[in-house]
Ligand binder design. Structure first.
Ligand SMILES: NC(=O)C1=CN([C@@H]2O[C@H](COP(=O)(O)OP(=O)(O)OC[C@H]3O[C@@H](n4cnc5c(N)ncnc54)[C@H](OP(=O)(O)O)[C@@H]3O)[C@@H](O)[C@H]2O)C=CC1
Ligand SMILES: C[C@H]1O[C@H](OP(=O)(O)OP(=O)(O)OC[C@H]2O[C@@H](n3cnc4c(=O)[nH]c(N)nc43)[C@H](O)[C@@H]2O)[C@@H](O)[C@@H](O)C1=O
Length: 326
């Protein structure tokens, strides 16, 4: 137990029969975590859609915790979007996310949840952080302006988890994923992240035989992409093998330019036309490659390479595109 972190806990296998709440269980990450926990033998998974329980409603959240009394919580519910959505609606990204996480973490404290895994994002780090980005770069420089409101909300979440550890001694943890993709993603053409946006755009262009597609920005920023099934596996791994106040980066340790990503997506859908770039759209941070040595050191590495993951996501999209988010 350290002086600034009053926790004395040794991680180990979680109880498969304990009530386990996955907040955001219909989203990209939450649905993958739900599948992973299900396949690992968890028998009492609990989830609520936002229509059933708006996590911004503090009273509703406390009633839900009083009723279900979870022993473990994975907090994968958040207001999430790509660069344009973050840049256009900073109030929503700040206010919704602060409220969701404060309500869930306060209720989890009141009902003495044993293990909480809070999910942030690699955008919490300074825009020009040294690459690859180590966990201790947090709060050492200015944020990327297109997502500063979201990043501040997520930084508050990390601090909230650390504060609970320090003041109440509960072994809660935080993970900071890189850019994620996979089945269950949001394929909205304007609100989504780059991967689902490109899959949708290139798939349509291939189907229509379009001669040109236009992407956002210059194509020169670099991004690191992790398949969400790997992310879900990392979540369970961290819950069973990691305890500490510091947030843990979750990524692959390799990145590609957005131009390279466009080529990978074009190949996966069979698009043969040309590619143009709309530089009136923001590039965002030039690079955010995570240093994943903490995670690797704890014994976990990703399994799904980018090309395979993109092909599988294209297959999933083609089967599910008529669904709510497809
Ligand atoms: N996608 C990515 O590239 C990355 C994601 N992350 C983090 O992972 C976490 C999950 O993101 P992701 O799965 O991509 O996001 P999604 O948008 O796919 O899912 C978010 C989930 O949150 C739920 N939710 C949102 N608002 C509310 C609310 N007011 N009350 C109840 N539930 C709500 C939604 O529920 P419903 O569907 O019922 O409306 C949805 O299931 C977030 O914390 C995000 O910051 C981090 C890095 C990268
Ligand atoms: C996960 C992460 O997600 C966001 O940050 P981001 O990494 O910049 O994510 P993005 O996927 O939206 O863009 C990545 C790059 O890709 C380019 N790009 C090209 N064409 C499209 C396109 O069609 N759509 C989008 N969205 N981007 C495109 C785009 O211009 C940019 O250079 C933040 O919300 C942040 O808060 C966060 O946490």
């Amino acid at each position: 137990m350290s002086a600034i972190d009053g926790v004395d806990y040794t991680p180990g296998p979680l109880d498969r029969d304990a009530v386990t709440y996955v907040a955001g269980h219909r989203g990209l990450v939450g649905s993958a975590v739900w599948r992973r926990l299900g396949s690992a033998g968890f028998t009492r998974l609990v989830g609520r859609t936002s229509a059933e329980l708006d996590l911004k409603d503090r009273e509703g959240v406390f009633s839900f915790f009083a009723e279900t009394k979870p022993r473990y919580v994975v907090l994968a519910a958040a207001k999430v979007g790509g660069i344009l959505a973050n840049n256009t609606y900073p109030v929503d990204f700040l206010s919704d996310n602060v409220r969701i996480q404060v309500n869930v973490l306060d209720a989890a404290l009141k009902y003495e949840v044993e293990r909480v895994l809070f999910l942030g994002s690699s955008c919490i780090y300074p825009k020009f952080a040294e690459q690859p980005i180590r966990e201790d770069s947090l709060l050492t420089g200015h944020l990327e302006p297109t997502n500063d409101a979201y990043a501040i909300a997520k930084i508050a979440g990390i601090l909230h988890v650390q504060a609970v550890r320090r003041q109440y001694g509960l072994p809660w943890i935080s993970a900071m994923p890189t850019n994620l993709y996979g089945p269950g993603d949001n394929f909205d053409p304007t609100g989504s992240h780059v991967m689902p946006a490109m899959i949708r755009r290139y798939d349509q262009a291939a189907a229509e035989g379009a001669p040109v597609v236009t992407n956002w920005g210059s194509g020169s920023p670099r991004r690191e992409f992790l398949h969400v099934d790997d992310m879900a596996a990392a979540c369970l791994h961290l819950l069973e093998h990691y305890d500490g106040p510091g947030q843990v980066n979750v990524g692959t340790g390799t990145d590609v330019t957005i131009k390279e990503l466009a080529g990978i997506v074009a190949d996966a859908v069979g698009y043969r036309g040309s590619i143009e770039w709309d530089t009136s759209k923001p590039d965002g941070t030039p690079r955010k490659l995570l240093d994943v040595s903490t995670l690797k050191g704890s014994g976990w590495s990703p399994q799904i390479n980018l090309e395979d993951g993109v092909r599988a996501t294209v297959d999933w999209y083609r089967t599910h595109r008529s669904d709510r988010r497809g």
